[in-house]
Design a protein around this ligand. Structure first.
Ligand SMILES: *Cc1c(COP(=O)(O)O)cnc(C)c1O
Length: 403
């Protein structure tokens, strides 16, 4: 622990020197978190509306999560999936009992959950539909991860540049465009992959008929409907799963981010029919669903459900969204406020980055989503007082910005 003595400036220099340079990091060093707040190495307090990119939904160091981490770490950390372990079984059961799904596969990240869904789609297409049904149709501006398959599925060239050749077997169509999806589907289509609300792509909420329309297209063609709920799931949008807003269910759903409140986990949930192609040995992960991480996820999900946090997200989301809309007349830089629950985007007429920086300097951490959208993803435990404080800072910053 002798590095505790190293001053912040030196640490930031070492960060630039010793890390691969693939992150554009904010120049602060965070040292502690509690609830809706984090503190940097200079003792400055910030209201955290980034939640580690929509991960720490119960806030920082929630006692239930910290307790589960302590207990699990002192009981059984890891045994691999060649053995059974109780927390993994309890978590799978809890997920199934609270969703459309019959079965769950555990992994370690969002990309891996989508990777599992994509492999499932290919095997399902081949074995249940026809030999040449391998293609996955995804949407422009989507985000599905950084592995080669998931970055191929991601409909944003900026994430793909330099990594070509990309994977074969993917197509992209505009989001929220049923006609385009219908036209793109053909005798090769194995699955449609979409986010119920696009997160990284700008907090894009589709029309009410979009997800039901995709369901219908999949029912007609036999293709699997895969919802990437890595960002929208676990209560973020005001329902436990975002698909509940649409009144339709997917065949496959992927989760990660908030599922264990910051301990790395991914999950792929599916129906029996789809799961049946994942025969013993066909897919796997060494770390996937360790007793440790699943104990923490179990504590997290039990708290989200038991404390009715999706309802809370809906209520607090309305407060925040109403407040943001009320700022609009005084802040001409704001073009649109959109979102659902506590996944909120503020579209600007100018780049979001300077606004994100100005908010941080005023004590509020927020994200961007694409070039011109400020993204707000507070923890689901956020209080009205926090919302008012954030609105005050946003008002000051946005009113000063030139449209
Ligand atoms: C974050 C995210 C991913 C990727 O998750 P990682 O854990 O970073 O691999 C995939 N899809 C969506 C919708 C996401 O928001």
């Amino acid at each position: 622990m002798k590095d505790d003595k190293v001053d912040t400036r030196t640490l930031l220099e070492w960060s630039a020197k010793y890390h691969t340079p693939n992150y554009g990091r904010t120049p602060i060093l965070l040292v502690r978190g509690e609830g809706t707040r984090v503190w940097d190495s200079d003792g400055r307090e910030y209201l955290d509306f980034t939640t580690g990119i929509s991960v720490t939904s119960l806030g920082h160091c929630h006692p239930v999560v910290t307790g589960a981490i302590r207990e699990a770490a002192a009981t059984l950390l890891h045994v691999s999936n060649i053995f059974h372990a109780a927390p993994q079984i309890h978590l799978a059961k809890l997920l199934v009992e609270n969703s459309f799904a019959d079965r769950v596969f555990f992994c370690n990240s969002g990309a891996e959950a989508n990777e599992a869904a994509l492999k499932l789609a290919r095997k399902y297409g081949k074995e249940k539909l026809a030999d040449d049904r391998y293609e996955v149709i995804a949407t422009n501006n989507s985000f599905h991860g950084r592995t080669l398959a998931t970055v191929t599925a991601t409909g944003q060239p900026k994430y793909q540049h330099g990594f070509e050749p990309l994977m074969p077997g993917f197509k992209h169509v505009p989001y929220n465009d049923l006609r385009a999806m219908e036209r793109a589907m053909d005798s090769h289509t194995a699955a449609i992959l979409v986010e119920p609300i696009q997160g990284e792509g700008g907090v894009n909420v589709p029309d009410d008929d979009y997800l039901p329309g995709l369901r219908k297209l999949c029912d007609e063609s036999g293709a699997l409907l895969i919802f990437d709920e890595i960002q929208t799931g676990v209560g973020r949008t005001g329902r436990l799963w975002a698909y509940e807003h649409a009144g339709v269910e997917p065949d496959v759903m992927t989760l990660a981010k908030a599922l264990a409140n910051g301990v790395p986990i991914g999950a792929m949930l599916c129906r029996d029919e789809a799961a049946s192609v994942l025969t013993a040995g066909s897919h796997g992960s060494t770390f996937g669903g360790t007793p440790f991480v699943t104990q923490v996820a179990l504590a997290t999900l039990t708290t989200v459900i038991g404390d009715k946090l999706p309802e809370r997200a809906a209520r607090m989301g309305r407060e925040l969204m109403d407040g943001l809309r009320a700022l609009q007349p005084a802040c001409p830089v704001v073009k649109q406020v959109r979102g659902r629950g506590l996944l909120i985007g503020v579209e600007l007429s100018t780049p979001a980055a300077p606004i994100v920086d100005a908010c941080r300097e005023a004590g509020l951490l927020v994200l961007s989503a694409g070039e011109k959208v400020v993204r707000l993803v507070p923890p689901l435990i956020v209080e009205s007082a926090d919302v008012r404080r954030a609105l005050g800072i946003l008002n000051t910053v946005l009113a000063k910005a030139k449209a």
